[in-house]
Design a protein around this ligand. Structure first.
Ligand SMILES: Cc1cc2nc3c(=O)[nH]c(=O)nc-3n(C[C@H](O)[C@H](O)[C@H](O)COP(=O)(O)O)c2cc1C
Length: 171
C-alpha cells in the first residue's frame, strides 16, 4: 500500500516525497526520560525520527485498522515528538476490512490534534484490502483509489502552503 501511494505521490509531483517506514525505524516503546515538549532527546533513534519529522511540510500516514483503531506503532511514533508535528497538515491512506480503515483514521485524527497536526478530510480508504492484493502481494488499486489520492494530494499542498506562516519563528 505504502509503495503504491509513494509512486502515486511522486508521479503527481506536488511534493518532494520522503518515504518513512516505521518498521525500519524500529522505535522502541517510548523511552525518552523527558517530555517531548522539552525537545531534549537522549537516544539516537529519537534524534533520527525528530530530524525526519521536522523536515516535512506535510504528512501522509498509510495505516491499517487494528481493532477499530490505528496501529500501536503509529501512536508510539507520534508520542515521541512534539514541536516537530505542529502546524502541519496530515492526510491518510487507510486500509482494512469492510471499514477501509476509516475508524482507525478517526481515532488517529483526534489524537493528532493534541500535537497541533491539522488532519484533512480528503483521504484514500481501501476496503477489503485482502481482495485487492495479487499473488505477489502487490496492491492492485481501483480507479477510485487513484482519484482519491490525487484529490487528497492537491488539498494537502494547499494546506501545507497555508500553514507555513504559522511555523515561522515568532518574533
Ligand atoms: C489484530 C488485528 C486486528 C484487526 N482489526 C481490524 C479492524 O478492526 N477493522 C478492519 O477493517 N480490519 C482489521 N484487521 C485487518 C487488518 O486491517 C488487515 O489485515 C490489514 O491488511 C493489516 O495490515 P498490515 O498487514 O499492514 O499489518 C485486523 C487485523 C489484525 C491482525
Amino acid at each position: 500500500m505504502a509503495a503504491w501511494f509513494e509512486q502515486v505521490a511522486r508521479a503527481q509531483g506536488e511534493f518532494e516525497v520522503v518515504a518513512c517506514d516505521l518498521k525500519e525505524l524500529a522505535l522502541p516503546l517510548l523511552d525518552e526520560p523527558e517530555h517531548p515538549r522539552t525537545g531534549k532527546y537522549s537516544h539516537a533513534h529519537t534524534l533520527r525520527w525528530s530530524k525526519l519529522t521536522a523536515a516535512a511540510d506535510a504528512y501522509v500516514f498509510v495505516l491499517p485498522e487494528y481493532n477499530f483503531g490505528p496501529p500501536a506503532s503509529l501512536l508510539n511514533a507520534l508520542s515521541y515528538l512534539s514541536a516537530e508535528w505542529a502546524y502541519k497538515p496530515a492526510a491518510f491512506v487507510s486500509y482494512g476490512g469492510m471499514s477501509g480503515g476509516i475508524r482507525a483514521v478517526q481515532v488517529a485524527k483526534q489524537l493528532m490534534t493534541t500535537q497541533k497536526i491539522v488532519p484533512l478530510l480528503e483521504a484514500v480508504a481501501v476496503q477489503n484490502v485482502g481482495t485487492l492484493v495479487d499473488a505477489e502481494g502487490k496492491f492492485q488499486p481501483a480507479a477510485l483509489h487513484g482519484e482519491s489520492a490525487a484529490a487528497m494530494l492537491k488539498e494537502l499542498a494547499r494546506w501545507a502552503a497555508a500553514l507555513r506562516p504559522l511555523r515561522a519563528p515568532t518574533p
